[in-house]
Design a protein around this ligand. Sequence first.
Ligand code: FER
Length: 167
Amino acid sequence: MQNLDDFIGSQLIYTYDNGWEYEIYIKNEDTIDYRIHSGMVGGRWVRDQKVDLVKLVDGVFKVSWTEPTGTDVSLSYMPNIKKMHGIIFFPKWVHDHPEITVCYQNDFIDLMLESREKYDTYPKYVVPEFAEITYIGHPGVNNEKVVSQAPYEGMTDDIRSGKLKFD
Ligand code: FER
């Protein structure tokens, strides 16, 4: 992978050094879908999140956005060496009440917007971590099948083994 066109349309699974397992689908040049398989907000999944996506240098891609929850995320992927680095800036309320955000967020946008006003923002809980990329697939651009069901125990093994496929 060299250029943005190689990265767009790919699906990646990775495990942060703190043990949290995440999956991202780079749906198109400014949109992602994702599932959180384990960690503080394991079980959360989101479709059609708008992001800023850039190529930093050949083979290195940065994806950044702010969530309806108020969480800010910036992720740098180095697929050729199967590594990434992510930094997540959680508002205090997500750290205090992670369960509120564990859902198919698209059906609960109003609850996220209400919660971020109702509860505390500061001090933020900042999580900077490297991760090991354990899967890279290429289901193509704007494929609605990739992230179309909730995460379940064993799902990432099913994707890695080819039992669940999307292309
Ligand atoms: C990631 C880290 C954080 C990621 C998504 C998030 C898709 C989103 C966090 C949140 O909204 O709580 O690597 O990848």
